[in-house]
Each structure stands twice: as structure tokens, then as C-alpha cells.
Design a protein. Structure first.
Length: 464
């Protein structure tokens, strides 16, 4: 045990000295994760945690899949690398497979990350309009609260102030409309009894920007990272109509919602729309290897070919679509199909949704929102005013879950004071016992949290 402690202390020292963590403040010391199996990860001290967010919404088939490791090893020793300037077998097979999954005809452009995939979408959309003699169409309209990536274009499309401040100016040509957020309707409407002003806002923005200047709109089927905002059923179909009317491309970001998370193969399948461009990453490989894809409708691709020999897409990405990542993705998709994990996602989502209902009796639980097996729990200080719960309360609940062996997430990050949505997105392969553990832990934490939350609020009131 002494040796293990010394080893850990030495690692922590190196961590503090050399490693720059993502997002985490400098003075925090995250745990060192050592291994993973199924829905569980183990830290260096041997503590086990249920990975309730599948890492960052991505390890959808669970940890420790040996057959994926084997597929990677076979591909590495057969052909570790060849750029997609040429072609290779796993790249071809994966592009064909994605067409099956998309249930439509698409051309697939591979990259490494969700951010990359969105940049490709923006560049292809702009070039497509150039080729059609409509070069003035270059703008993109996104939504407040949306997250579309960390690079200058994708961050431009992002609608979360806290992630953008200090890095501006970002890619130009991006503007934002209010999100479909029924719990706090930006238009003051009552859920279910409105005319979808949030969708109409998109058309208004296109008209005000000048439809001759707008190339596309980008949406996630459900805003995940910005607070799990599930739109009314007719929202996406209405956006599709608006896009058709104004010759604007509908880009759907499936980086989180894709590959079964939503309870269907892709999030947009829940709404019966056909996007012009679909971007995907995370669940494509269940994070076993970096890979992303931009699927472009066959019509859009044809419009490039018809524009002549000088009309190819001048975009290369060294690692994008490398054979190893493609082989990993193929094995990942094979597992999802063989184990019926799309259906499993819908089932575990329904189960969590129904067994979490008692949480709504808790004074700080304002609303629970679900999309397949992705869940958001909006915490408020007061159910009447809907004032967002304090950072102390949110952090306390997350810490309590962690102390009981459950890792959950939080988001909503857009303006200060609104980091008040707890998130859950467990591996789609979670066993019945795993799901029971998640629910029982949450019920216990919220059962115990009533007193804690009042203390936290009094403390806030006293200090404010
Ligand atoms: N789009 C969405 C909806 C995302 O959630 C993310 C990442 N959280 C991205 C794009 C960017 O993906 P990546 O981190 O792989 O660049």
C-alpha cells in the first residue's frame, strides 16, 4: 500500500507540474482514472464509480471492449495509415455503413473531432453556394446556449458567452436566435399552447440578415450541453420548411445525439426531418479512437461535381478518417447493432424517466428533461420564481453522488448563475443493475439533499 501511495503522490506531482487539464481550474486536482470496465471506471486508489456521463457523452458501448482493441490492433498491423487523398478499405466500408444508419443518401467526409466536422460543414455549405453562383450566401445562424465546438468557426456558432469571452473575435458570419426552452420560454409562452415563436425567430433572423446572405442554420436535435433543451415535436420540421423556403441549408449536429443516444439511430430521426448536412463524432467510435464525420446530402455533393474539374473541396486533414479509427468505428457500430443498443438506450431512458419521478417532489428540482437516455435535471432555488439553484447547491449534489460512487455532469453554462442543470448520459450498454444503481443513488442523494439545500440557500441569503 505504501508503494501505491508513493506512486500516486509522484504522479500527482507530475500532474501538477506538467499537465494542463481541459476546463478544470488550475488549483483543482481531478482524480487519476486508471481503468474502465462496462459502465464503471476505477481510480488509482481502487475506488469504483459508475460513469454516468459516459465520459463526455461518448463511451456509448461502455469501457473495456476487447473486440474493439483487437480490431484496432489488426488494422494497425495491416495498414496503420493512409491519407484519404487515396482510399482504404475501412474508410469505404464505414462511409457505406453510415449511409445505412442515416437512412438517406449522403457523402461522408471524415475528420478527427466534432469541432472539425462542424468546420467542414460550414466550408462545404459556403463553397456549395459559390458554385451555384450565390457567393453572397455565407452566414450561419445558430442558437443561444448551443455548443458546437472549440475552434474559431465552431465556437462562433456556439451560443454560450462564458466559453467565448476572452477568445474573440471568432469566425465571422455567425449569429444566434433564442433556443426552444419551454421551461423558461424566451417568448413568455406556455408550453404546448404556443405558435413556436422559437422556430419563427429563425425565419425572422434569416429575413433580417437578408436571405441572400445566409448559407445555413445549425442545430442539435436537442440542445444537450446547453441544458438538455428538448424542443416541441414540430420545431425541427418547421425549421426544415423555413430552410427550404429561403434556400438555406439545414445542418444538424449529431455529435452527442447520434448513434443511439436519442433512442433512435440519430436524433433527427425522432422528428422525421432530412438534414442537408449531418455532423457526428463522439459515439461514432464510442471514443475508442478519435474520429468524426460530416455527411453531405447526395444532391449537395452532386452540385460540386457538376461545377466542373476545379470545384473540388480543398480541405485535407492528416489524421481524419485514418484506417485505425475507421476500423474502430466499424466494430463499434457492429456492437451497437448486435447488442441492440439503440433500443436499449430507449429502454433505459424510459426506465430512468419513470423511476426519477419522485425527484420532482424535491423543492429544488424544477424540471426533468429526457431525450432517449440523455437526461437533464434543472435545479432551481424556488419552483415558483424558477430562480436557478446556487452553484453551491449544484456542486453539493454532484459531490454527494460522487461520494456514493456515481459520476454525473452539470451544464447550462451561458451566463453567470445558470450552471444549474445536472446531466446523465450513461453507457447504452448499462446493465439493469447499473441503471438501478443510478436511480437509487439519485433518490438517496435528493432524499438527503433537502436539508443541505436549505442550509445552502440560507447561507447565500445571509451572505448576499
Ligand atoms: N458539437 C456538440 C453538440 C458537442 O457536444 C461537442 C463536444 N462536446 C462538439 C460539437 C465538439 O466536439 P469535439 O470536442 O470532438 O471537438
Amino acid at each position: 500500500a505504501m508503494q501505491a501511495d508513493e506512486l500516486k503522490e509522484a504522479l500527482l506531482e507530475k500532474d501538477r507540474a506538467y499537465l494542463w487539464h481541459h476546463i478544470t481550474p488550475h488549483n483543482d486536482h481531478p482524480m487519476i482514472v486508471a481503468s474502465g470496465e462496462g459502465s464503471w471506471i476505477t481510480d488509482m486508489d481502487g475506488n469504483r464509480y459508475l460513469d454516468g456521463m459516459s465520459g463526455l457523452w461518448c463511451v456509448n458501448v461502455g469501457h473495456g471492449r476487447k473486440e474493439i482493441a483487437e480490431a484496432a490492433a489488426v488494422q494497425m498491423t495491416t495498414l496503420a495509415y493512409s491519407p484519404l487523398i487515396q482510399s482504404h478499405v475501412p474508410g469505404i466500408e464505414l462511409a457505406a455503413k453510415l449511409n445505412d444508419w442515416l437512412e438517406g443518401e449522403y457523402r461522408i467526409f471524415f475528420s478527427n473531432s466534432g469541432s472539425d466536422a462542424n468546420e467542414v460543414a460550414f466550408k462545404i455549405a459556403r463553397q456549395a453556394f459559390h458554385q451555384r453562383g450565390k457567393a453572397t450566401k455565407h452566414k450561419f445562424i445558430s442558437r443561444h446556449r448551443a455548443y458546437h465546438g472549440n475552434s474559431m468557426g465552431a465556437l462562433g456558432a456556439t451560443g454560450q458567452a462564458q466559453r467565448k469571452l476572452k477568445y474573440e473575435p471568432l469566425g465571422v458570419g455567425f449569429s444566434h436566435v433564442p433556443p426552444p426552452y419551454c421551461y423558461r420560454c424566451p417568448f413568455g409562452q406556455t408550453s404546448g399552447a404556443c405558435e413556436l415563436q422559437c422556430a419563427q425567430a429563425y425565419e425572422d433572423a434569416i429575413i433580417w440578415e437578408g436571405s441572400d446572405s445566409v448559407a445555413g442554420i445549425i442545430v442539435e436535435p436537442v440542445i444537450t450541453g446547453g441544458g438538455m433543451l428538448v424542443p416541441p415535436d414540430s420545431y425541427l420540421p418547421k425549421l426544415r420548411e423555413i430552410c427550404d423556403k429561403h434556400d438555406v441549408l439545414l445542418i444538424v449536429d449529431e455529435v452527442i445525439c447520434g448513434f443511439g443516444r436519442s433512442g433512435q439511430k440519430f436524433g433527427h430521426h425522432n422528428f422525421g426531418v432530412r438534414p442537408d448536412i449531418v455532423t457526428m463524432a463522439k459515439g461514432l467510435t464510442s471514443a475508442y479512437s478519435p474520429l468524426s464525420a460530416t455527411a453531405v446530402s447526395a444532391e449537395l455533393y452532386e452540385s460540386f461535381k457538376e461545377s466542373g474539374p476545379d470545384s473540388h473541396f480543398r480541405h485535407v486533414n492528416t489524421f481524419g478518417g485514418n484506417p485505425v479509427s475507421c476500423a474502430v468505428a466499424l466494430k463499434n457500430l457492429e456492437i451497437i447493432e448486435r447488442e441492440g443498443l439503440v433500443e436499449r438506450s430507449a429502454l433505459i431512458g424510459r426506465r430512468m424517466r419513470s423511476r426519477m419521478k419522485p425527484l420532482l417532489r424535491h423543492p429544488n428540482v424544477g424540471e426533468i428533461r429526457c431525450f432517449g437516455s440523455a437526461i437533464g435535471i434543472e435545479l432551481v432555488e424556488d419552483k415558483e420564481t424558477k430562480h436557478p439553484a446556487s452553484a453551491t447547491l449544484v456542486a453539493g449534489i454532484i459531490a454527494d453522488c460522487k461520494a456514493r460512487g456515481l459520476l454525473i455532469g452539470k451544464n447550462g453554462d451561458t451566463v453567470p448563475g445558470f450552471m444549474n442543470i445536472l446531466t446523465l448520459s450513461p453507457p447504452l450498454s448499462s446493465t439493469d443493475e447499473d441503471i438501478a444503481f443510478i436511480i437509487d443513488t439519485l433518490l438517496a442523494v435528493f432524499g438527503a439533499a433537502g436539508g443541505t439545500s436549505e442550509e445552502g440557500m440560507q447561507h447565500e441569503a445571509a451572505s448576499g
